[in-house]
Design a protein. Structure first.
Length: 374
């Protein structure tokens, strides 16, 4: 009966967005389908032994016959509504400052269980409209984020901002594609999407358990070449396109109203940093970022909010260690393989997923640093 009760409740009127906790929808009379089914069967059996019925009694017996098509349709719609409701409610968000909402990801490798939904994502609400910041690691997570926003506010979505090209930040884009929504990103983001789309599509199918099409890779129609201000109504978002650092298409967002800095994967906390761009460039950007006047920061991976600029310390120390030790290894004639087996092992207890990314970081940085004196 619990399943039936959930179905009944999901079929009730839509609950007002301003008072979801106190509203109990009135269920429609689906229970009659389940309760009257045995009675209807017995009545049909009794009727089959009776004399030829009148037109009036035939009409009533027709109403008693179970309609399998209607039954399947009603149950299907009920389960769809229930699934949508659960999906929206399951995406937890925390308001870390007025109008700034963040969903915390997990420190895991993408797999069929987490479906790549591992990054911090969320939205910022102004008086006029809402800006989504990173749409999620799967099409379903993008849809869940959209439904959660729509359930929380009547303010329309006007921007989807992607902080960079990695899958856990962009796969939900298609859920937001509609009239009046602009997609915003680094001016190199569109090219990066196009180049990686075939590989990402194959990996989504083989490793994450869902299918992608070219339509899921929604490039920015509002590219940022240097800086850009977005007015949400009563609050301005200051966007900055960075030189190559974590990737070659990193974008940061500063909310001028609350002093909240959203860095995407320019900042890792807990999760070992991943170098997919330039080690030297990333350290230079960290130096510049320290000069930003912000009250708090949202990392791409880690807690939903952290103190600024203290939050940069762990990441900066790790990257400086890589830079110093790799330069020393190159100067002493060590090979890349030797560097990968020797460098930075003492940092292992400080970072989650260290064994999955640290050697790759060394290889990427070694290839960069061995040419810096040429």
């Amino acid at each position: 009966m619990l399943t039936y009760e959930l179905i009944l409740r999901s079929m009730g009127p839509k609950m007002p967005s301003h008072d979801q906790s106190s509203f109990m929808p009135e269920p429609i009379m689906l229970h009659s389908i389940f309760i009257s089914w045995p009675d209807a069967t017995r009545r049909l059996k009794r009727t089959s032994r009776a004399p030829a019925p009148s037109r009036r009694s035939t009409r009533w017996r027709c109403l008693e016959r179970p309609n399998f098509g209607v039954f399947a349709l009603v149950i299907g719609l009920a389960l769809l509504g229930l699934s949508s409701s659960i999906q929206a409610e399951s995406l937890s968000l925390r308001e870390i400052a007025t109008g700034v909402h963040v969903h915390q990801g997990v420190h895991q490798l993408p797999d069929p269980h987490n479906r790549g939904e591992i990054a911090n994502i969320g939205y910022i609400e102004g008086e006029r409209c809402v800006a989504v910041i990173d749409s999620g690691g799967s099409p379903d997570q993008g849809l869940a984020l959209k439904r959660r926003i729509e359930a929380s506010t009547r303010t329309p979505i006007c921007y989807v901002i992607n902080t960079h090209v990695h899958p856990d930040h962009i796969y939900g884009n298609l859920a937001f594609k509609s009239a009046g929504v602009r997609f915003v990103g680094h001016h190199k983001l569109g090219q990066a999407m196009a180049m990686r789309a075939p590989y990402y599509t194959e990996k989504a199918s083989s490793q994450l358990g869902f299918q992608l099409s070219p339509a899921h890779f929604v490039p920015p129609d509002l590219p940022v070449t240097d800086t850009l201000d977005l007015d949400l109504g009563g609050r301005i978002l200051h966007l900055t396109a960075h030189p190559t650092a974590h990737t070659d298409n990193d974008l940061s967002i500063l909310d001028g109203k609350t002093g909240t800095l959203w860095l995407g994967d320019l900042l890792f906390m807990g999760h070992v940093p991943v170098v997919d761009g330039s080690l030297n460039g990333w350290l230079e950007e960290i130096r510049k970022l320290r000069g930003i006047d912000a009250q708090r920061v949202v990392p791409g991976h880690g807690p939903v909010v952290a103190a600024w600029p203290l939050a940069l310390t762990g990441e900066e120390n790790y990257l400086k260690m890589l830079q110093t030790e790799i330069r020393a290894a190159i100067k002493s004639g060590r090979t890349m393989d030797q560097a990968m087996s020797e460098i930075g092992r003492t940092a292992r207890p400080d970072w989650q997923l260290f064994d999955d990314f640290h050697k790759r970081n060394i290889a990427t940085a070694f290839a960069e640093l061995e040419w810096e004196d040429e």
